[in-house]
Design a protein around this ligand. Structure first.
Ligand code: ATP
Length: 494
């Protein structure tokens, strides 16, 4: 093989000193690459004494202003501005030793290489001192852009960049709900119940926030709607071969599959009643005991249980087996609907936009005009985040590339046709009999007041009733007689 000449680019090794450079030059020589020039990056604040030559190799120090050698962005900027312009003519002759320097410096080399910032034919090397041979060996780094892309795609498939609510919500009601969620999710072993209208982001909260708080990566989500009894049982608990016609082999249930993680029962009220009875045992203690269909042995699993429902608590209680309800409702959090946290609408809007934006010709920033603001403030937003998603895709559809703006009137026109229809179908006054609606209203008023004013005392003061009245309004929604007079509540004694 022919000998080649080239330029070596690397950082000065703070701790090991100039020997690292000498060894790398020697190791490359052994690979028939003669380095005739070194571009030697040194930190401006600590310029070491650098020889003008090493053998026949000329050493050109480049002083880089860096306060913090672990600061990726600062390193990236300095290298891009001060170093890349000096490499332009080094086609097929640039060699970069990525080893000296901090991990942040290594990452910058790799990132620039992946982005195609170096001249064609640039080689990356990694040098290591071998204790066995007492020598430095140098190996090529095969890190092509496709390696990066493959990794990015793999990660994106496993865990897409999911937008999540800001931990510091602006509205008191969402802030309170998230505070409760954080507090409750940290009680390990106890089931957690999350209530909220459809589209309030319950599933997302469980799969991101709750999973992090509980320190469990894997979340096995079971959408419980539409499962018949036999299917639900075999899905959750598994079955043995021959347990029923068509059971050709043993099958592990989702409870076992979620071992070490979280089992999330979404729309838990839809689990068929016979299976609800069997779940009581699972919720009973931390061993999550259950019996696969056709098996005479119980199995256990180390699983954190989380349930969600879009029903209010009182209705959920009616739909669930009483024992199951008792066990799963100890720690419950209600995620407020968007119309009760309008202060958060703009942040939500930006996140929804960011998540749905797929094309580069659509702007990164979500459009925000007085008309959009007014619509989001006025609408009842019965679909919650899904209403924002609908508006976002409509704005994208009505985005005009030449004008670089959205035809807001058209997008909003289409949008309100849907949101109006929904609003008229869903009553803002609850459902059912007068008594049920009154109970529903009192419950919401009490929750809203507590969230709005922070404490029961402050809420009672603002509403000019006593604290006990408000607390009883909550209890009433959980089943107490709404018509029984509450002492001290002047409004209801009339
Ligand atoms: N914080 C967020 N920011 C932006 N988008 C979000 C956020 N949380 C959830 N979403 C999106 O909003 C939609 C509704 O979220 P999700 O499915 O979690 O709600 P849900 O309360 O579980 O609804 P349902 O009860 O109807 O299943 C999803 O498409 C999700 O992608």
């Amino acid at each position: 093989m022919d000998r080649r000449t080239g330029t070596l680019l690397c950082w000065h090794a703070e701790r090991a000193g100039i020997e690292v450079l000498e060894s790398a030059i020697k190791a490359l020589q052994n690979r028939r690459i003669d380095i005739n020039r070194v571009l030697y990056l040194v930190q401006a604040q600590r310029v070491p004494s650098v020889p003008a030559t090493i053998g026949r190799t000329v050493v050109e120090p480049i002083s880089i202003a860096l306060d913090d050698p672990t600061h990726h962005a600062a390193i990236y900027k300095q290298v891009r501005d001060r170093v890349l312009p000096r490499l332009r003519d080094l086609r097929d002759s640039l060699h970069i030793n990525v080893s000296p320097g901090t991990p942040a410096m290594h990452s910058v080399w790799l990132m620039l290489h992946a982005g195609g910032a170096f001249p064609v034919g640039a080689h990356l090397w990694s040098s290591q001192f071998s204790r066995e041979t007492g020598r430095v060996r140098i190996d090529p780094v095969y890190f092509s852009i496709t390696t990066y892309l493959a990794e990015i795609q793999r990660v994106a498939r496993l865990q897409p960049q999911l937008a999540v609510y800001e931990a510091q919500a602006r509205s008191p009601s969402r802030r309170l709900a998230l505070e409760h969620l954080a507090r409750y999710a940290r009680v390990f072993g106890a089931p957690l119940l999350i209530l909220g209208e459809r589209g309030t982001g319950k599933t997302r909260l469980v799969e991101t926030y709750v999973a992090t708080l509980k320190g469990r990566k894997q979340v096995v989500t079971v959408p419980c709607g539409g499962l018949d009894s036999a299917l639900a049982e075999s899905l959750l608990f598994g079955h043995r071969k021959g347990a029923f016609t068509g059971a050709a082999g043993d099958r592990q249930g989702l409870l076992k599959e979620a071992d070490g993680g979280i089992l999330f029962l979404d729309e838990v009220q839809d689990i068929p009643k016979p299976v609800q009875r069997k779940l009581v045992r699972v919720f009973q203690d931390r061993q999550r005991r259950h019996r696969p269909l056709g098996s005479d042995r119980e199995e256990t699993a180390d699983v954190e249980l989380v349930c969600a429902s879009n029903l209010p608590m009182a209705e959920l209680r009616e739909r669930l087996d009483a024992d199951l309800f008792d066990r799963l409702s100890h720690l419950s959090v209600a995620v407020p609907p968007l119309r009760e946290c309008r202060e958060d609408c703009r942040d939500d809007w930006n996140r929804v936009w960011g998540e749905l934006r797929q094309r580069d010709d659509i702007p990164v920033d979500a459009p925000w005009t007085p008309e959009i603001e007014a619509a989001l403030q006025r609408s009842s937003l019965m679909g919650n985040l899904r209403d924002l998603q609908r508006l976002a895709v409509l704005c994208m559809a009505w985005w005009s590339v030449p004008d670089q703006k959205v035809d807001v009137a058209s997008a909003l026109g289409e949008w309100s046709r849907f949101t109006m229809t929904e609003a008229s179908e869903v009553s803002d006054l609850g459902e059912g009999t007068r008594a049920e609606r009154v109970r529903w209203f009192r419950d919401r008023l009490a929750k809203w007041a507590k969230a709005r004013y922070g404490t029961w005392a402050a809420a009672a003061k603002a509403l000019e009733c006593d604290e006990k009245t408000l607390r009883l309004d909550l209890a009433a929604a959980d089943g107490d007689d709404p018509h029984s007079p509450v002492p001290g509540d002047k409004t209801r004694q009339t």
